[in-house]
Design a protein around this ligand. Structure first.
Ligand code: PLP
Length: 481
């Protein structure tokens, strides 16, 4: 067999991997001293690198030197302790080691048969996680449902949408079709989400062939919670017009200000029309680890068809990792299953195993469960809870500092570890404050439009963020211009 040392020499890998791990550890130790946001002008990164790919191998040292010289200045440092913009992409040592092991093993778990441990560990850790979050038994793999890891919340809602489409249209791709054919026309389907719902629902409707224009945007209250009466009215009007309400997307923790939809009431309305109820708890879901925060986060989950959140946001699992549970895996598998001859095997045909290729858009899949497993095992649920509680407490303190300063006001009450606020002087001064603070590079916040006005978002949750960094953010914001 030809031997290619650079590609697959265990001794060389051992040496170089150590150097890369050292480089990462040095990065974590020094990231706080860098400006949070990249200062690079468009095109600068590319201008610093060769136009053509190398013909001959280069040493690792040369690559690491370019990482220092070009790549780091071209990054916004999501792991910087002063990163408060968007939602966090919190990472951790154990999770990164899980990612490394996944790459090192290099297995592809599209079928149970292509690596049984890849499938069975995923099923197990999602059962563990379901229990830790206090999600209902209907999502357990021992019943009709179960969990799957997707790359992102956007993929999670897309899978829920195609499963719901399949269910609503009488499984047109199933071999046994109803006789006579009474299936609703897919062109009559309508989905519902609030005006504060993440754009992934609209995008998913486009990808699923239902059409972005088939999304009804339901109004919310001032804290971005969907109005269930308005939802009921919209669905009834569509039924009268001969349309078929098939999907309701509820949000637990809206992107702008962390609003929480009244899922139990939405479940009542969705249930009347037999519409699929999906709960998107992308960011806030992690807080359900804490029993005292859980109540509103999992309320109504016992009547949801699917429920998903991102351990890669606020649960110390490095990007990407979205956990999606379905109450009935039948429609999902019906929608996404393919049976090409070259993938046929006895285990799949026995029906006794899960083949996760039928629970996602791509065929192939990597061993993502390892990083979730290692995070849960090496950090432990109690430490994950402790960190979330700390972040929520700091957000409360920050909101208290704001409330005591007459120049500022809260735009909505703090939601878990997210604070949404503005200057009383209005949008112009608020925008100028954001620009000024972000330009200094010590902290980074992001803007949002909430209730028709500009708000600044302080989202606490970074792995390296401490209370001092939250206090520093307040120092930067409250300093006179
Ligand atoms: N849903 C909500 C509520 C979000 O806040 C986000 C992103 O922040 C998403 C979905 C999309 O997440 P992803 O990047 O995993 O697709």
């Amino acid at each position: 067999m030809p031997h290619e040392p650079a590609a697959f020499d265990p001794e060389r890998f051992r040496r170089e991997a150590r150097a890369v791990v050292d480089w990462i550890a040095d990065y974590w130790s020094s990231v706080a001293a860098r400006p949070v946001q990249s200062q690079a002008d468009p095109g600068w990164v590319r201008s610093q690198l060769p136009t053509h790919a190398p013909e001959s191998p280069e040493p690792l040292e040369a690559v690491l030197a370019d990482l220092d010289r070009v790549i780091l200045p071209g990054l916004t440092h999501w792991q910087h302790p002063g990163f408060f913009g968007y939602f966090p992409a919190s990472t951790s040592g154990p999770s990164i080691l899980g990612e490394l092991l996944s790459a090192g093993l290099g297995v592809q778990g599209m079928l149970w048969a292509t690596s049984p441990a890849c499938t069975e560990l995923e099923t197990l850790v999602l059962d563990w996680l379901r229990e830790l979050l206090g999600l209902p038994d209907r999502f357990a793999s021992s019943g009709a449902g179960g969990g799957v890891i997707q790359d992102s919340a956007s993929s999670g809602v897309l899978c829920a949408l195609v499963a719901a489409r399949e269910r609503a249209t009488g499984f047109p791709h199933a071999t046994q079709r109803p006789q006579p054919d009474t299936r609703p026309d897919p062109r009559a389907l309508v989905a519902y989400a609030s005006t504060a719902t993440h754009s992934s629902v609209e995008k998913g409707l486009g990808i699923a062939g239902i059409g972005r224009d088939r999304l009804r945007r339901i109004p919310t209250d001032a804290a971005e919670a969907m109005d269930p009466t308005a939802l009921a009215t919209a669905m009834e009007a569509d039924v009268r017009a001969g349309l078929v309400p098939f999907f309701v997307a509820a949000t637990v923790g809206t992107t702008a200000c962390g609003g929480v939809d009244p899922v139990p009431q939405l479940a009542d309305v969705a249930g009347r029309h037999r519409a699929w109820l999906h709960v998107d708890a992308a960011w806030a879901g992690a807080a359900a680890l804490c029993p005292e925060l859980r109540g509103p986060l999992v309320a109504g989950a016992d009547r949801a068809d699917s429920w998903g959140f991102n351990p890669h946001k606020w649960m110390l699992v490095n990007f990407d990792c979205h956990a999606l549970w379905v109450a009935d895996r039948g429609p999902l598998v019906q929608a996404l299953s393919t049976q090409p001859h070259y993938l046929r095997n006895a285990a799949s045909e026995s029906g006794a195993v899960i083949d996760y290729r039928d629970w996602q858009v791509p065929l192939g899949r990597r061993f993502r469960a390892l990083k979730l497993w290692m995070t849960l095992r090496m950090i432990g649920a109690e430490e994950l809870r402790r960190r979330i509680r700390e972040h929520v407490r700091w957000a409360g303190e920050f909101a208290g500092w704001l409330a005591a300063d007459p120049r500022f006001e809260l735009v909505t009450p703090p939601s878990l570890s997210l604070v949404c606020f503005a200057l009383r002087a209005g949008d112009g001064p608020t925008a100028a404050l954001l620009d000024r603070v972000n330009a200094r590079g010590r902290v980074f916040l992001s803007p949002a439009r909430v209730a028709g006005r500009l708000a600044l978002r302080l989202a606490i949750g970074g792995t390296l963020t401490g209370r001092d960094d939250v206090a520093a953010a307040w120092g930067e914001l409250s300093e006179p211009a």
